[in-house]
Design a protein around this ligand. Structure first.
Ligand code: HEC
Length: 156
C-alpha cells in the first residue's frame, strides 16, 4: 500500500512539473527565420509586419546599424523611406532585398542576421504609417537608448 501511494505522489509531482513546462513554451530556435522571404506571400511575413514588438526591434536596429545616417526624414528620393514610395518595390520580399543587397560595401546580407533583416524590413515598411509625432517620439526613444561608446546619455 505504502509503495503505491508513493508512486501516486510521484506521478502527481511529474504532472505538475510538466504543466509548468507548458506555460514556459515559447518560440525559439528553428522558428526564427534563417532565410530571406521567398515571395510576397511568405507565411512568415505577418508575424513580423503585424507585430508591434518586431517592428519596434527593427526601429532599434535601424539606429544601431546607422541606417539613420543616410535615411532620415529629410532624405530625398529612394533614401526617403517614410514617403510610402518604393523605387525597388513595396512588397516585403522586395524591401528586404533592397536592405540586404542595395548597399554596396555595407553588404547587410552578409553582416546582419536574417531575423534582424526581417525586423528592419518590417520597420521601414511601417514608417509611412507613422504620424510625424510618432516618428519624432520613436526618434527620441532610439537616441535615448544606450548605444555603446557613442551614447551621450538620456535625451531630455
Ligand atoms: C551610406 C548610406 C546608407 C546607409 C547607411 C543605408 N542606406 Fe539604405 N539606401 C541608401 C541609398 C543611396 C539607397 C538607394 C540605392 C539605389 O538606388 O540603388 C538606399 C536604398 C534603400 C532602400 C530601398 C528604398 C526604395 O525606395 O526602394 C531601403 C529599404 C533601404 N535603403 C533601407 C536601409 C536600411 C534598413 C539601412 C540600415 C540597415 C540602410 N538602408 C542603410 C543609402 C544608405
Amino acid at each position: 500500500m505504502r509503495i503505491q501511494r508513493g508512486h501516486g505522489t510521484t506521478g502527481f509531482v511529474c504532472a505538475l512539473a510538466l504543466a509548468g513546462c507548458q506555460r514556459e513554451a515559447r518560440d525559439i530556435g528553428p522558428s526564427l527565420p534563417q532565410t530571406a522571404p521567398n515571395s510576397a506571400a511568405d507565411p512568415r511575413i505577418g508575424y513580423y509586419q503585424d507585430n508591434v514588438f518586431q517592428v519596434a526591434q527593427g526601429g532599434r536596429y535601424f539606429s544601431w546599424y546607422g541606417c539613420t545616417a543616410c535615411h532620415d526624414e529629410s532624405a530625398s528620393g529612394s533614401r526617403n523611406l517614410a514617403d510610402g514610395r518604393w523605387r525597388y518595390g513595396a512588397e516585403f520580399d522586395q524591401v528586404y532585398a533592397s536592405v540586404a543587397r542595395r548597399h554596396g560595401a555595407l553588404n547587410y546580407a552578409a553582416r546582419v542576421p536574417p531575423e534582424q533583416l526581417w525586423q528592419l524590413t518590417a520597420y521601414v515598411r511601417d514608417l509611412s504609417l507613422h504620424t510625424p509625432e510618432k516618428r519624432r517620439r520613436l526618434g527620441v526613444d532610439q537616441v535615448g537608448e544606450p548605444q555603446g561608446r557613442v551614447w551621450a546619455g538620456a535625451v531630455r
